[in-house]
Design a protein around this ligand. Structure first.
Ligand code: RRO
Length: 311
């Protein structure tokens, strides 16, 4: 019997596949569809304190090898997602869900996390340190001093299970420096990677999205090698208590297999979910199970992190 069951921070999930924040998770209706699909759980759209309309449309475009977006953090505000999750906890006490959030300033981030801390929320919180699309706001996790300070302040009061969503890093020294910071804190997970920030897609002599003159975060097949590198780099560097969630370029069961091989305990689907809908979870899970069966693996722990290096 092949199983794709997994655990994060001691919580069990029937399947290691779920949505990536930003896709199919802005409204309760979308979240319900993911909940009722083959996905093991869901994460909500990154929430700010107040609801936001986000950037002008068109602001997301599927393209042949992936996607480009500059959504600009549109969301219904923390209370919308937190109230829904608190209700869900009563209806589905045996399932665990992820709440994604970030403030527009460090102060707002602390306000959000204190609200979560003071609530009855029993799930996992993901602090998004890597939104590439709010004009004038650089990605937090590219500023190591700021990241260290925010995490240090957060863990003065936050005692619930917390992970962080990271942007891709592109230099070995940055993997080393980032991991040294994350290892100082009782993080439950890091999620690698958010979209590759500020790419540009050109078609018919034009950009394809309106905000920021067409610059936007790149997802999909384009980013799998970068995502796998980040998953594996942090798998090799982080304390074993900090688990890895792998996100980026998951189109097939083989892609999910590769994320797990590089060290991921959970795998998120973003662009493919946007292109194909929630049926993608069943397809990718089936493909992953077939591949595991062919290789004689019964659980993802049989091969997780066991990527071969050449001598
Ligand atoms: O809303 C967005 O523009 C957005 C966010 Br918050 C993020 O974390 N990653 C992304 O590609 N887009």
């Amino acid at each position: 019997m092949v199983s794709t069951q997994t655990q994060i921070a001691g919580f069990s999930f029937d399947n290691c596949l779920m949505n990536a924040a930003g896709v199919a998770c802005m409204t309760i209706e979308e979240l319900e569809k993911v909940k009722q699909s083959a996905a093991g759980t869901f994460v909500t759209k990154t929430a700010t304190l107040q609801a936001r309309a986000g950037n002008p449309e068109p602001r997301y475009q599927d393209v042949p090898l992936g996607s480009i977006n500059s959504m600009g953090l549109p969301n219904h505000g923390l209370d919308y997602y937190l109230d829904y999750l608190l209700d869900l906890q009563k209806i589905e006490p045996d399932r665990t869900f992820f709440l994604s959030l970030v403030g527009l300033s460090p102060e707002e981030t602390h306000t959000l996390l204190k609200k979560v801390q003071d609530s009855d929320f029993k799930g996992l919180t993901e602090l998004n340190l890597s939104c590439p699309n709010v004009p004038g706001k650089p990605q937090i996790a590219y500023d190591f001093e700021m990241t260290d300070k925010i995490l240090s302040d957060v863990f003065d009061y936050f005692t619930k299970p917390l992970g962080i969503k990271l942007p891709p890093y592109f230099d070995i020294v940055h993997f080393d420096q980032a991991a040294a910071i994350f290892n100082k804190f009782p993080l439950c997970f890091v999620n690698c990677v958010n979209s590759i920030g500020n790419g540009l897609y050109v078609e018919d002599e034009s950009v394809v999205i309106r905000p920021k003159n067409g610059f936007g975060g790149i997802g999909g097949a384009y980013i799998k090698p970068t995502a796998l590198a980040n998953v594996h780099a942090f798998y090799q560097r982080l304390n074993p208590t900090i688990q890895i969630i792998g996100t980026g370029g998951v189109l097939t069961g083989r892609d999910a297999f590769e994320h797990i091989l590089c060290g991921a305990s959970m795998v998120q689907v973003g662009t493919t979910l946007h292109k194909e809908g929630v049926g993608s979870f069943e397809r990718i899970t089936e493909e992953l199970k077939v591949m595991m069966a062919e290789k004689g693996y019964e659980s993802i722990e049989d091969f997780r992190g066991k990527l071969n290096h050449l001598n």
